[in-house]
Design a protein around this ligand. Sequence first.
Ligand code: ADP
Length: 262
Amino acid sequence: LNICFAPYQLEKPDNIGIICVVQDVTQHKKLEEMQKEFVANVSHELRTPLTTIKSYTETLLEGMVDDEETTTNFLEVINNESDRMTNLVKDLLELSKLDNRQTQFKMQLMNLSYVLEESVSKYQIHAHKKNQDMILHPADKKYKVMGDPNRIEQVIKNIISNAVKYTKENGHIHINIYDEKDEVIISIKDTGVGIPQEDLNRIFERFYRVDKARSREMGGTGLGLAIAKEIMEYHNGKIRVESDAKEGTCFYLHFKNADVKE
Ligand code: ADP
């Protein structure tokens, strides 16, 4: 709490008193802390690949590596780390645009079932590589929502790519689209590693990752779900998750059904 006192005196000499202003600065402090943490995270995330790039380049420049295979390995590491930085900067720019309301959303009446089918078909190849079966269960009708098809595809792809990433070989990914009351819901369920109960609320935070090493190994930036959440909120929609270490994880995307009049 911020507490300020100030004396005051009205015209009459005996009319004096003290004004006390009590201000709750909890929110302000919280925001300040979050900003500091964010900058520290960004710095750390950028410094890690830079350190690797620097040390590998120096070793190559010093002529310490003389066989071709090791040289190629080193160059691949440098290349991967540069990609990681590029992805990170891309995601950061995207978040910053969303924060500043500079992102252009081309809102239109769109066929959500079609966008879902497209997104799933683009990821089948990744699932196939890990011998996972990814099934989009046919819905009994087509669903329409108001939204930007590209942005919604981005959200769906992010969730599907996580499902593939965090599910071992031979796992299953089941995708459904259905309606409930005035909403259209997409569910993406995997049989992967699951998310511990205590982390469930935090995975939508920027840079929050259950297992940093695993996420990095998979090329993740830790920003995908934060971006997805912002996009869903812009659509007056919702993203939520249920998970269990034994069963796997299920993400739900809730949209307002454009066919249901208010
Ligand atoms: P990342 O780039 O690390 O994948 P995200 O923002 O997409 O970042 O996800 C944040 C974290 O949530 C991940 O690091 C991972 O720990 C967890 N996560 C997301 N999706 C899944 C999933 N399907 N199964 C298990 N964990 C998941």
